[in-house]
Design a protein around this ligand. Structure first.
Ligand code: GDP
Ligand code: GDP
Length: 455
């Protein structure tokens, strides 16, 4: 029946225990418009990476789980990039280098119809230093007659070029056979990229709390990949930032960076951006500016985050501006206005000076660990049994609703269902929720406890 199905589903998901070993990483590197996205689609066997007839069109994702010949691996696409002051060469080389650093095997894609360009040469130089297996892909060889064009690429020094048509699939199977044969069983470098891709963070907060300053501070001292549209004025969408030895994905950064040009302090746009960022994120860092009184808008933004079911870290920003008197008031504010999110890890930071920015990663880790957490049905019912024995539900009109059993039906965020013989008082439900948090440690994640009443 339905209950049994719920239980079975709960327990089935405990079986796939986190595997510490990460599948090998295949990085696709090359200039804009050489066909990297098309090749990624070919590898994935589906049209997931967006390809348009626009050079380096914006892509939403940069890493994908793939499989070939029964081998699992992660594909990292270096995405598009913008022409900026640094110049295209530097930009391509810099982004390619990040991908190369995390890769076990590299596909270096060149447009065989164009031949090797100066930018390609710059990438070659960088790749040579990495001393990793590189397969040179001579792309856009759509038929046999064009194969001679691939031959000119021998000169790049990566041995035999692989003639491929990413668009039509020609040569792709041979290329992948070779790539997979060069892969180690597990990633040697991919520890930088967590299984399932970089964790997705949203920086949230009302205008002027310091989102853009924090993003710049975090990204500034670390290398960043920007998913972007080449040669257009489109802003970066997501940015990959290396923090604490891992790559994280900051979502929807366009909104943060673009705000400078927008109507000052527009509540409407701020809340649109907040929702859009939350939709794409796994964890939100809500920034509050400690030099100002907690506002209604701050409280609303916090509530949106909780309602979104995302993991939550609260950053008290502008700590450098905090004066003694205000500090005492802030403590009162936290007690009164933020008591409903006392479970969220907090960090005191200064986005402007970078003070305490290293405290962010441990807080994010804690919140995400809670968000991902699963409590087995056995453990949960032991807990419920002891709890109910010590603190039974109060009598209501001579009746006492009993909890028959409970199960965690999902994670991200954790959701629990309790099967009961009657409705539980809201107060009692809150009590159970609080005890669940205390016992199992759900710092940084909202949790939901619902009931199924059975006669
Ligand atoms: P990226 O910027 O390197 O990711 O390049 P895309 O995958 O977006 O491809 C750029 C353009 O080249 C698109 O118009 C593709 O359709 C085209 N293209 C990609 N691979 C091939 C190919 O093997 N043959 C031909 N004729 N066109 C291709
Ligand atoms: P956003 O609208 O949330 O992106 O906020 P910004 O990052 O643009 O910051 C708004 C203003 O606050 C700017 O003038 C920043 O220089 C300033 N600011 C941001 N963080 C700090 C901080 O930690 N300390 C101080 N003193 N000023 C800050």
């Amino acid at each position: 029946d339905e209950d049994a199905a719920l239980l079975a589903r709960g327990d089935a998901e405990y079986d796939d225990d986190e595997d510490e070993l990460i599948p090998p990483v295949l990085a696709i590197i090359g200039r804009p418009n050489v066909g990297k996205s098309t090749l990624v689609n070919r590898i994935l066997g589906r049209r997931e990476a967006v390809v348009e007839d626009v050079p380096g069109v914006t892509r939403d994702r940069v890493s994908y789980q793939a499989e070939w010949n029964g081998r699992d691996f992660t594909v990292v696409d270096t995405g598009g990039w913008e022409h900026d002051a640094k110049g295209l060469h530097a930009r391509v080389a810099e982004q390619a280098e990040i991908a190369a650093d995390v890769a076990d095997v590299i596909l270096f894609v060149v447009d065989a119809r164009v031949g090797a360009t100066a930018t390609d040469e710059a990438v070659v130089k960088m790749l040579r230093k990495k001393k990793k297996p590189v397969l040179l892909v001579a792309n856009k060889i759509d038929d046999f007659n064009q194969e001679s064009e691939a031959a000119t690429l021998w000169g790049l020094g990566f041995g035999q070029p692989w003639p491929v048509s990413a668009l039509h699939g020609r040569g792709a199977a041979d290329l992948l056979d070779e790539a997979v044969s060069k892969m180690p069983e597990h990633s040697a470098y991919g520890g930088l990229i967590p299984r399932g891709g970089p964790r997705r963070i949203a920086l949230i907060g009302r205008p002027n709390v310091g989102k853009s300053s924090l993003l710049n501070k975090l990204a500034g001292s670390n290398r960043v990949v920007v998913d972007n549209t080449a040669g257009t004025t489109r802003d970066p969408v997501d940015e990959l930032v290396e923090l604490g030895g891992r790559v994280w994905r900051f979502v929807d950064t366009a909104g943060i960076r673009r705000r400078q040009h927008m109507a000052h302090g527009s509540d409407y746009y701020a809340s649109l951006r907040t929702q859009s960022a939350l939709d794409k994120a796994e964890v939100a860092v809500v920034l509050l500016a400690v030099d100002e009184v907690l506002s209604e808008q701050d409280v609303r933004i916090l509530q949106m985050t909780i309602d979104s079911g995302r993991a939550l870290v609260i950053a008290f920003n502008k700590w450098d501006l905090l004066e003694e008197e205000r500090r005492r008031y802030l403590e009162r504010e936290i007690d009164t206005d933020l008591s409903h999110v006392e479970w969220a890890p907090t960090v005191n930071i200064s986005a402007k000076t970078g003070w305490h920015k290293d405290k962010l990663v441990p807080a994010l880790d804690r919140a995400l660990e809670s968000w991902d957490k699963r409590i087995s049905t056995g453990k949960l019912n032991t807990f419920l049994g002891e709890l109910v024995a010590a603190h039974p539900h109060p009598l209501r009109g001579g009746k006492q609703p009993r909890i028959l059993f409970g199960t965690q039906v999902s994670s991200r965020p954790p959701r629990f269902v309790l099967f009961t013989t009657g409705f539980l008082d809201p107060g009692y439900r809150r009590f159970i929720t609080r005890r669940l948090r205390e016992t199992f440690g759900f710092d940084g994640t909202p949790i939901e406890v619902s009931m199924r009443v059975r006669e």
